[in-house]
Ligand binder design. Structure first.
Ligand code: GUN
Length: 301
């Protein structure tokens, strides 16, 4: 059998950014509304700094305003909540993103609950989590959906077309990725199994998957013989490991070289899911601005 077709997340994300940029241009021209994204980073975690900088830069490139809030690590929960309340009331801000993880003295649940659900471009507010969990197949996604899961869903639709009746196995049950990915695939009429580190005989279960989404956070966890020949494999893992030059190299949750001759479609790491996350954040911010002026949402999944 020939090698898997690589799913080019970079190219698909570039297409999505282009679509968002054009939509933002129209919103500005026709309605005089410029989408605004507020990013909040508490502390100086190097990886988070890179992510937040990239989110702000791409927002600006697509014609949106970025309100960049950097707060010291010792910021109190009350001060963070006060900033969020101010942004909730600011008509120039359509999306609010609080970069996670937060310092340990701040209760993440309190913070996520404080963001206005209409501005929750991460889709982490319990109200939006509930909306996704109860949304019917075919109904529009007229609320924000977490960015990485939305990116996974877009990659699958772009690559496979309709996925009705496929057995999708999602390895990982995090609130950020595994659970919302499973909800999106259920909406897309897949039969969904959520597996995790305690699942019995994970290799045998994985081998039943037409679509295998791996978001477990362990480098090269899924081996080649866990994959059903021809399956679509989406690797959400981003594990940083030191290379021979003293720098960091990004490795996925799937053993790429082993998966390549078995899978039908496969995302590389980097260049697969990663670029979709930021592009979907831009999509969510554009959609939040459209909803703020009473316009319908664009198709997302
Ligand atoms: N940290 C890691 N992933 C994410 C994400 O998707 N959103 C936010 N806000 N923080 C993150």
């Amino acid at each position: 059998m020939s090698d898997a077709k690589l799913i080019d997340g970079k190219a698909i994300a570039a297409g999505l950014r282009k679509r968002v940029g054009a939509g933002v241009g129209q919103l500005v021209a026709k309605r005089g509304v410029k989408p605004g994204l507020a990013t909040i980073l508490v502390g100086a975690d190097p990886a988070s700094q890179v992510y937040v900088r990239s989110k702000g830069k791409i927002a600006a490139e697509l014609g949106m305003t970025n309100f960049d809030h950097r707060l010291p690590a010792e910021t109190t929960e009350a001060d963070l909540l006060a900033l969020i309340a101010r942004l909730n009331g600011d008509a120039l801000v359509h999306g609010i993103l609080v970069q996670l993880p937060l310092p340990r003295h701040i209760d993440t649940a309190h913070v996520l609950l404080a963001v206005d659900p209409a501005k929750d471009v991460d889709g982490f507010h319990p109200f939006n989590v509930g909306r996704l969990g109860s949304s019917a197949p075919g109904a529009p996604l007229d609320f924000p959906v977490p960015c990485t899961p939305l990116g996974v869903s877009m990659l699958l639709h772009e690559t496979l077309g309709p996925i009705t009746g496929c057995h999708a196995v999602v390895i990982g049950r995090s609130n950020l990725v595994g659970r919302p990915v499973a909800q999106l695939l259920l909406r897309a009429d897949c039969t969904v199994t959520i597996a995790h580190s305690r699942t019995r005989d994970l290799p045998a279960l994985s081998r039943q998957a037409d679509i295998l989404v791996v978001a477990i956070g362990r480098r090269e966890f899924v081996r080649g013989d866990w994959i059903k020949p021809g399956a679509a494999v989406i690797d959400v893992g981003t594990n940083r490991i030191p290379d021979d030059n003293g720098k960091n190299r990004l490795v996925g949750d799937v053993a790429f070289a082993e998966a390549l001759p078995v899978a039908g479609h496969l995302t590389p790491v980097p260049g697969g899911v990663g670029p979709m996350t930021v592009a979907c954040l831009m999509f969510n911010t554009w959609q939040a601005a459209r909803r703020a002026v009473g316009l319908a949402v664009a198709a997302a999944d």
